[in-house]
Design a protein around this ligand. Structure first.
Ligand SMILES: Cc1cc2nc3c(=O)[nH]c(=O)nc-3n(C[C@H](O)[C@H](O)[C@H](O)COP(=O)(O)OP(=O)(O)OC[C@H]3O[C@@H](n4cnc5c(N)ncnc54)[C@H](O)[C@@H]3O)c2cc1C
Length: 522
């Protein structure tokens, strides 16, 4: 069925064509009234609609001129097109211009709370990470090095000396270890010439580690070196001046083996790359001597004229009736010179005189390090003997090796351990123990009156060395051997790396009557 709506224009068409006007009018009116009843007219289409329309009004009535008397309504529904009153709007605010002005909000005022929220959340997450979850492998670095876990170091300089030899400078990636460094300097500082130590460097791709000997050296950089105008100068870390021992910097002297797993991995790294170190591994500790707690040799410096003289040494020896330090023969080859340099350049260096034998294929393999060896000779701390394969006459031979000197001092502790094999009686053992305690007490008490006699004055260690160099040196009582397996075998007999055993002393040293008591193979 066709849907119809009320409209005079929509009346059926046939109603406009038929009979006379009056009858037509009547008919139309009655017809329309019938039609209207069939339409449902919404009386109140909206609140704003005009007066309601009564049901019995036909079109005829509507079309008549208004014949209703005007009766004013006493009550009428007020119609308005205004918005109803807003909440919190009173008469004052409604009519006040100030209150009507819209609030101006800048873009920042919308974003600032969001930014603050993000920052607070990020800070909270960081705090939780540091304090709750920071037990991961690199977070707890209270020491510069740890023998049980690898610490990350960044390569800060790399210098190629020749085809195979490199100097590589590294620095720790963290500073957390610095907090307690100076408070416990004696135990925390890694540099101590009283021992030979190494670190493990990890090759993470194949999980292999090899040992390398850190050196207390760094490359001095400046704007000229950064711009490439000059090469950085290799210098010795001055523990007294350089902060945190130069922020934990150290250098490695490394030989690259073409089929070497770790050496190739390290030297192929670039400045800025990271490597992982674990240590220190103490390879050797020099034997106890009663002069050790009484006297320390001043640290080596780049400028020998700045090295302090050892003014009180003779007085201390006399006052305490203790013998001099024993001298040392250090046999090294290739990168095996690194442990000797570590002992000589570190704080608290070895106090006896060192005969340093260095063997290599050709001169120049330690070019940047030669300066330090030269200065050490000038300071009367070493005598350098160079042996090169390229010059067969210079090769290390039996004529270069002297027989051992009797040690000037054998500690009661060592005597005890040596005589243990001879099965000491309980009384003898007790007597020895008393001697050890007596020695320790004596060295403590001696500190006070060691400076009574006026020592000879020297301006610096160079001036002192000028005098001491004239004096004859005692032969070495101790020998250290460090280098490739073949070299160690040649100089002192095989060392059994697999079982970490020294093996009997043979080779050149064996020929000169050295033994396991005075030889150590590194
Ligand atoms: C206590 C200690 C300290 C050390 N300090 C240093 C150091 O400061 N600088 C340094 O460069 N090295 C040092 N080394 C040697 C180092 O640990 C590695 O043995 C050396 O770098 C080779 O390792 P690689 O993984 O590259 O070679 P590998 O994969 O182990 O061997 C590759 C090839 O090289 C040969 N080879 C390995 N080592 C030697 C060697 N020393 N002489 C001759 N041939 C060898 C092997 O027979 C093999 O054919 C030290 C070793 C020890 C035990």
């Amino acid at each position: 069925m066709l849907r119809q709506t009320w409209s005079p224009l929509r009346l059926p068409l046939k109603s406009f064509i038929r009979p006379s006007r009056s009858s037509e009018k009547k008919e139309l009116s009655s017809k329309n009234n019938d039609d209207l009843s069939s339409y449902s007219v919404n009386q109140e289409t909206s609140r704003s609609a005009p007066a309601p329309m009564s049901h019995d009004l036909g079109v005829e009535e509507l079309m008549k001129s208004d014949n209703k008397p005007y009766i004013p309504k006493m009550k009428h529904k007020r119609l308005t097109y205004e918005y109803p009153g807003l909440p919190n709007e009173d008469d004052y605010s409604k009519h006040s211009n100030a209150a009507k002005q819209p609030k101006t909000r800048s873009r920042w005022s919308r974003y600032v709370p969001k930014i603050i929220t993000v920052l607070v959340v990020a800070w909270g997450a960081y705090t939780i990470k540091v304090w709750v979850y920071d037990d991961n492998e690199y977070s707890n670095e209270n020491d510069l090095l740890d023998p049980n876990e690898f610490h990350k170091f960044r390569i800060t300089h790399k210098e190629q000396i020749d085809d195979d030899h490199y100097l590589i400078e590294v620095m720790p990636t963290t500073t957390q270890w610095q907090y307690s460094y100076y408070a416990n300097y004696e135990t925390k500082s890694i540099w101590n010439g009283d021992r030979v130590w190494s670190v493990d460097i990890k090759q993470p791709q194949i999980m292999v580690v090899r040992q390398y000997t850190p050196l207390p050296l760094y490359f001095m950089k400046s704007e000229y070196t950064y711009s490439g105008e000059k090469k950085p100068l290799l210098k010795v870390i001055d523990n007294e001046v350089d902060d945190y021992d130069k922020q934990g910097t150290m250098c490695f002297y490394i030989k690259k083996y073409d089929d070497g797993e770790v050496s190739k991995y390290v030297v192929n790294k670039n400045v800025g790359d990271e490597i992982e170190l674990r240590g220190p591994n103490i390879e050797y500790k020099f034997p106890y001597h009663p002069l050790k707690p009484l006297h320390r040799r001043p640290v080596f410096k780049d400028l020998p004229s700045k090295v302090e003289p050892e003014l009180l040494l003779e007085n201390i020896k006399k006052a305490n009736n203790v013998p001099d330090f024993d001298n040392l023969s250090f046999f090294t080859a290739g990168t095996g010179i690194a442990p000797a340099l570590q002992v000589l350049l570190s704080r608290n260096p070895y106090r006896g005189f060192i005969d340093l034998h260095y063997s290599a294929q050709k001169p120049g393999e330690i070019k940047p390090l030669e300066r330090f060896l030269f200065f050490l000779e000038k300071l009367d701390r070493i005598e350098l003997h160079e042996h090169y394969d390229s010059n067969p006459k210079s090769r290390l031979a039996i004529s270069n090796v002297k027989s051992p000197e009797k040690p000037s001092y054998v500690s009661p502790m060592r005597q005890e351990s040596e005589q243990k094999s001879e099965n000491l009686s309980p009384e003898e053992s007790l007597r020895l123990r008393m001697k050890i305690l007596d020695e320790e007490g004596r060295s403590d008490a001696a500190n006070s009156d060691s400076t009574k006699e006026r020592p000879t004055r020297y301006e610096n260690a160079l001036e002192q060395a000028f005098v001491t160099r004239q004096e004859a040196k005692k032969d070495a009582s101790l020998a250290l051997v460090c280098g490739p397996d073949g070299y160690v075998d040649y100089v002192a007999g095989k060392r059994y790396d697999a079982t970490n055993e020294q093996g009997p002393v043979k080779g050149l040293l064996g020929n000169r009557k050295w033994s396991n008591e005075n030889v150590f193979k590194l």
